[in-house]
Design a protein around this ligand. Structure first.
Ligand code: ADP
Ligand code: MG
Length: 759
């Protein structure tokens, strides 16, 4: 009697050889096989008869093969199959399908699933490239016939070639379900299932594979049957429960209980350059509450680009410093670290107290590093700003109280913070900042081991950014526009997808990973539709609103290096044009960036190095060439570089010749809205959660049955249930049931997520 945990090779119909093929797909146990769910279902219980088909619908049909032929047309081989029911016939066509030759014989029964198309030749319809399956005939065993026809039939993605295709899986899974009947251990308390109106585990597994008669096909196709929901919930519940426990464990550790007295408040007041927004006050309040508690803080501060996270973090750092501790801020790049360093030093100069702020990055010379390390180690530097070097260069803080870290570092460094403090010191507080506007509920669930604060308000006096698409043929107008803006004292960015050359294989080095690093500002309401007046406006509207004109031949990918040269000596001659990309020497990068910040460069030609966090309020124009090649997250992030001051800003997306459908959708969204959350939702839907978050980056597991976009509501439910379950000492379920939940948790975290001890 096999249990769900027995190796898959012992499952009837599998054996050692096939089990190796299955292992390649991550299927190791009987359970894994059962959690490989059908990706769709065919109604072979009530298939459509040929005379009732309507063009445009997608239908299941069971009919008899009348004839088939491979037609060698001039353009490609076409395989044509004719099936019939009485006097009605249906033609099916597959392109390039030489492999189908000889597969069908007159008299066979086939199941077909596809879209019904009108056909010109006869009054009958046709299907183009339908899914098909040759059904068993009388010579097949009764059991097989039972699984294939006269029921709602599950269709599986193949687990390896035609051998492990749908039919094989149906049979093996059917037998397996039979073998484990009455033996599938429930992993959730019966009371919980009853309350949530969800079927038990065994029933759910059986019904997702072999739905009972009368199950709604619509619900099945969208994975919304009670059985599906139960299995999805189960997976999400154990994810959330694991995250919840991690959070609780952290709360039990010894941290620092900071004090916030008048002295601390006064210190903050002295340096604050403006009135914080309500959202800034609220989030700081949340952070400070954590800091005052004796358990270590693990908090995520999420806010759109430009929402003012930096000043919130700086205030938190002052709390730590005024309590006699050191604070560290870790930025993702040297440019940003330097920018933060200069800004922090300037702010702290306003204070009557003496703070020592130092910078530690990899490119400092060795002497300088040694001196800085010494100051950190002896506690002479209170505020330390740096890059990854803070971890890599063996820095040991004297009394580390707070670490503020950019999201991009989170997963690489969370466990290594220990290295930054002296062994006998308490656990520092950690604040993670992110500009990725993850929808709130999703953030709460995904970062389940962090508490989440959201900055959902922008500082006052921002003007909306006008976004336009412009076809490459009209770029002369764009350069004119840039010149006019510069003449008004403004600055511009012009961004290219590659550094040099014209091929795709040399993406910008610093940010070649396609991770969402941030988003956009301003609410959508005040967006691009606002009418414009005056000369600039007229000109601007003249280059916008144009549909992209069809391709010109022979143009290739423009690069930052070549366009810098071209623009400098051509259309932008006479302006001060700088060049910034990831292959420059760190010193040069810094020099360029500083000159741009000081207004000594008018136009910065760059790659996506300017993507993250760069803050130059006087820059009002962001031109992105080959905008079709950038991801949505990247585009918002780039647009977020402008609109940071009071002047009206513009984002001009120049598109090249080939714009895919997906790119069209991205560009359309950019023009339509500036709401980072809306764009993030779209990005999430377009790319799917795996790519959106980047499994590695988010530390996200690959789900077996859940899908974060489709199952958002179940995710929230699972989180609530997990919290309640973890809280209640003797809550729902018997002791044995609760014991099984914990056992299952351990096992699933070990096996599925491999995250058991992630800090
Ligand atoms: P981000 O959240 O993207 O890191 P920053 O912290 O860089 O945003 O802030 C964006 C800009 O807004 C900065 O120039 C900052 O000085 C300014 N700023 C932040 N908070 C306020 C505020 N309450 N009032 C006015 N300006 C603010
Ligand atoms: Mg910032």
């Amino acid at each position: 009697m096999p249990g769900l945990d027995s190796p898959v090779k012992f499952v009837r119909g599998v054996g050692p050889q096939l089990s190796e093929m299955l292992a390649a797909k991550g299927i190791q146990t009987a359970e894994d096989l059962l959690y490989h769910l059908p990706f769709r279902y065919e109604d072979r219980q009530n298939p459509r008869s040929l005379d009732e088909l309507k063009p445009g619908e997608t239908a299941s049909v069971i009919a008899e093969v009348r004839g088939s032929a491979l037609l060698r047309t001039r353009r490609m081989p076409l395989f044509e199959l004719t099936v019939g029911q009485g006097r009605h016939v249906l033609k099916c066509i597959w392109f390039h399908a030489t492999y189908l030759e000889g597969k069908f014989h007159a008299g066979q029964t086939v199941a077909l699933y596809g879209k019904v198309e009108p056909s010109r030749s006869t009054s009958n319809f046709k299907m183009i490239q339908p899914q098909f399956e040759i059904l068993p005939d009388a010579s097949d065993d009764a059991e097989t016939r039972l699984l294939e026809v006269g029921r709602i039939t599950p269709v599986y993605e193949s687990l390896g070639g035609s051998r492990l295709a749908s039919r094989w899986q149906r049979k093996v899974i059917f037998n397996l379900l039979d073998a484990v009947r009455g033996n599938v251990l429930e992993c959730l308390p019966a009371q919980m299932l009853g309350r949530l109106d969800m079927p038990d585990r065994e029933t759910s597994l059986r019904e997702v594979h072999f739905p009972p008669e009368g199950t709604s096909l619509t619900q099945l196709q969208s994975w919304a049957t009670p059985a599906h929901r139960r299995l999805i919930f189960e997976e999400l519940f154990f994810l959330e429960l694991g995250l919840e426990l991690k959070r609780r464990r952290m709360r039990e550790r010894a941290g620092i209980a900071f004090e916030t007295n008048n002295k601390v408040r006064e210190a903050i007041r002295e340096v604050l350059p403006f009135h914080p927004t309500a959202a800034q006050k609220r989030t700081l309040g949340e952070i400070v509450t954590d800091m005052r508690a004796s358990s270590p803080m693990r908090r995520l501060l999420q806010g759109d680009v430009g929402s003012g996270k930096t000043i919130v973090a700086l205030q938190a750092m002052l709390v730590a410093i005024e309590n006699g501790y050191q604070a560290a801020l870790m930025a993702p790049t040297e440019i940003l670290a330097t920018q933060h360093f200069l800004a922090a030093r300037k702010l702290l100069e306003r204070s009557s107290r003496k703070y020592r702020t130092i910078l530690l990055t990899g490119s400092l010379d060795e002497d300088r590093k040694r001196t800085n390390r010494g100051m950190i180690n002896r506690g002479e530097a209170q505020l330390v700003i740096g890059t990854h070097a803070l971890i890599e260069e063996n820095v040991e803080f004297d009394r580390l109280g707070l670490v503020v870290v950019d999201e991009q570092h989170r997963f690489g460094v969370m466990q290594r913070f220990k290295l930054m403090k002296k062994p006998n010191q308490p656990e520092p507080d950690v604040l993670v900042m992110t500009a990725t506007p993850i929808p709130r509920t999703l953030a709460l669930s995904l970062y389940g081991d962090l508490d989440v604060s959201i900055l959902d308000e922008l500082p006052p006096r921002r003007t909306p950014i006008v976004t336009r698409r412009v076809p490459e043929e009209r770029c002369e107008d764009v350069w004119d526009f840039v010149r006019k803006q510069v003449a008004q004292g403004r600055q511009a960015y012009i961004v290219y997808p590659v550094i040099e050359g014209s091929s795709d294989d040399q993406p910008e080095l610093d940010f070649s990973h396609d991770e969402p690093s941030a988003a956009v500002s301003e609410p959508a309401s005040r967006s691009a539709r606002t009418a414009r007046k005056g000369k600039t406006a007229d000109l601007f509207s003249s280059i916008s609103g144009q549909k992209p004109t069809p391709k010109i031949k022979g143009a290739e990918l423009k690069s930052a290096v070549s366009m810098h040269e071209k623009l400098r000596t051509g259309p932008l001659k006479g302006l001060r044009v700088g060049l910034l990309h990831g292959r420059l020497d760190p010193d040069d990068k810094e020099i360029i960036m500083r000159r741009f910040q000081r207004g000594e460069i008018d136009v910065l030609v760059a790659t996506t190095v300017v993507e993250v966090g760069v803050d130059v309020p006087n820059a009002t124009v962001m031109v992105v060439e080959h905008a079709e090649r950038f991801g949505l997250a990247q585009l918002h992030q780039l647009r977020g570089r402008v609109g940071r001051g009071a002047a009206k800003s513009y984002c001009i997306l120049i598109t090249g010749q080939k714009v895919s459908e997906q790119a069209e959708e991205r560009l359309g969204a950019m023009v339509r809205t500036q709401d980072g959350f809306e764009l993030a939702e779209l990005d999430l839907t377009m790319r799917g959660p795996g790519e959106f978050f980047g499994t590695r980056q988010a530390g996200l597991p690959d789900f077996r049955v859940a899908n974060l976009v489709r199952d958002r509501a179940l995710l929230e439910l699972a989180k609530r249930e997990a919290e309640t379950f973890a809280t209640a000492k003797s809550g729902e379920g018997t002791e044995a049931e609760r014991g099984r939940v914990w056992a299952r948790l351990k096992e699933s975290w070990q096996r599925r997520y491999g995250l058991v001890e992630a800090g």
